[in-house]
Design a protein around this ligand. Structure first.
Ligand SMILES: Cc1ncc(COP(=O)(O)O)c(C=O)c1O
Length: 433
């Protein structure tokens, strides 16, 4: 590829998105069918169809279609909590007085349900091999909090975490798992010699059909399980928890969390294209990996032996010694340009200037203002308060913040053309000039 200066490159006429919906036409057919048959409600054929298809694809017995991945995570978390601690009073969360060990580098929707249920999230640091929950840190957390009985794990950017290790630790400590596979639909993991889909490993599993996901309903999510009892409970809770009575009778708190049959029509129209989207995302990742060779950067890593990511977002991380100085407060970022070096802020600003959308790495939960008072556990134990004014202890271990500082998400839209992607690669190369 010939090298051009930034001044010779034109901004994209149409924005290149991080990850936008890709429609195929069949979505409209199923939405129209819902309209014409008047199943404009939270019951109907589209819902039944996608529940059956997704359950079969993931390899679980039951799927319950819900209004969002967040709704699914809420009910999954509540179900786990009720199993562990019993039914709460209607004005109290089921996790009141209990700690939950949670992925730290994830979207807040993974772990907010712990707070919805009055629980206290304890954040578990990230490992560098897959950018997911560090099993060593999880083990440390169980040492510090032996009473913890629930773990929430996410597979960031569609890369499966260290599922075998995490499941073994949870089994040993008698803990249940809520698996957040919102970003990883279609990603596989080799478990006990068998390739299985993410979304099948937890005791309670969740996926999302948010507009930016690998397939979408414009919104929507699903709860996945092998337990008929759990599926029935989630279905009941998601439709206002009605008891068997001729009138509205309630023994437990309810929610309006069921998926609409119109949304389900969109998902139904997308499902035949999941494999195509997976292949496109993989091609994007590989094109970046090859195009960025020679720069002091690495792509978001995965375990080649044990996992097949869905490559939902391609990301990069800049080598430590190639980082230009960058500071971030809670709202803004500044950097000092340096020859031969760059930083996420410079790259993201350059991409934006040329009408392409990147994004910072999801900022770890333990560093979010809302959760700053919560415990944060690394592989070395308590991750808070590790420095000492009188003793030089070097920089504190915090893998999540390190990846956040040095990493970024690249435009990963499956409608981006190879030519557009080559320009993006050129823009990134320019940042290191
Ligand atoms: C990791 C993760 N968990 C949960 C969610 C929430 O899903 P939804 O937007 O469908 O509520 C998302 C994305 O939106 C996500 O990326």
């Amino acid at each position: 590829m010939a090298f051009r200066n930034l001044s010779d490159i034109k901004p994209f006429e149409k924005k290149v998105w991080l990850s936008s919906p890709t429609m195929h036409g069949e979505e409209l057919k199923y939405m129209t069918e819902a309209y014409e048959t008047n199943w404009m409600s939270t019951v109907g054929k589209n819902i039944n169809e996608i529940e059956a298809q997704i359950a079969e694809f993931i390899g679980v017995r039951y799927a319950v279609a819900l209004s969002s991945g967040t709704a699914s995570l809420h009910l999954a978390t509540k179900l786990a909590a009720e199993k562990l601690y019993g039914q709460a009073r209607p004005n109290e969360g089921t996790l009141r007085g209990h700690r939950v060990l949670c992925s730290d580098m994830t979207f807040d929707a993974s772990i907010n349900p712990v707070a919805y249920e009055d629980g206290e999230a304890v954040f578990i640091d990230t490992e560098y091999d897959t950018w997911n929950m560090d099993p060593e840190a999880l083990e440390k957390a169980f040492e510090l909090y032996p009473d913890a009985k629930l773990v929430v794990i996410a597979h960031l950017y569609g890369t499966p975490g260290k599922i075998s290790e995490i499941k073994e630790i949870c089994d040993r400590h008698g803990a249940l798992i809520v698996e957040d596979a919102a970003e990883s639909l279609g990603a596989k993991y080799l478990f006990n010699g068998e390739w299985r889909e993410t979304g099948s490993f937890g005791n309670y599993n969740c996926i999302s059909f948010n507009g930016n996901k690998i397939i979408t309903g414009s919104s929507g999510g699903m709860f996945l399980t092998d337990s008929l009892e759990d599926a029935d409970k989630v279905r009941k809770w998601s439709t206002q928890s009605r008891e068997a009575a001729p009138w509205y009778q309630h023994e437990e708190i309810g929610y309006n969390y069921r998926m609409s049959n119109v949304i389900a029509g969109v998902v139904r129209g997308q499902l035949p294209y999941l494999e195509e989207h997976l292949a496109q995302k993989k091609a994007i990742y590989e094109r970046y990996r090859d195009g960025l060779k020679g720069l002091p950067v690495q792509m978001n890593p995965f375990d080649e032996q044990r996992s097949m990511p869905n490559y939902w977002l391609s990301c990069l991380i800049i080598d430590k010694d190639a980082m230009a100085s960058q500071v971030r407060d809670d709202h803004k970022a500044l950097y000092i340009p340096e020859t031969g070096k760059s930083c996420p802020t410079e790259i993201l600003e350059t991409l934006a200037r040329f009408n392409a959308e990147g994004r910072p790495i999801w900022k770890p939960m333990h560093a979010q203002p809302i959760y700053r008072s919560h415990a944060f556990i690394t592989r070395y134990g308590n991750g808070r308060g590790t420095s000492n004014a009188y003793i030089d202890r070097g920089a504190a271990w915090d893998a999540g913040m390190d990846i956040f500082e040095r990493g970024l998400c690249l435009p990963s839209d499956n409608k981006m053309t190879p030519e557009q992607q080559d320009v993006i690669i050129e823009l990134i190369r320019n940042c290191f000039e």
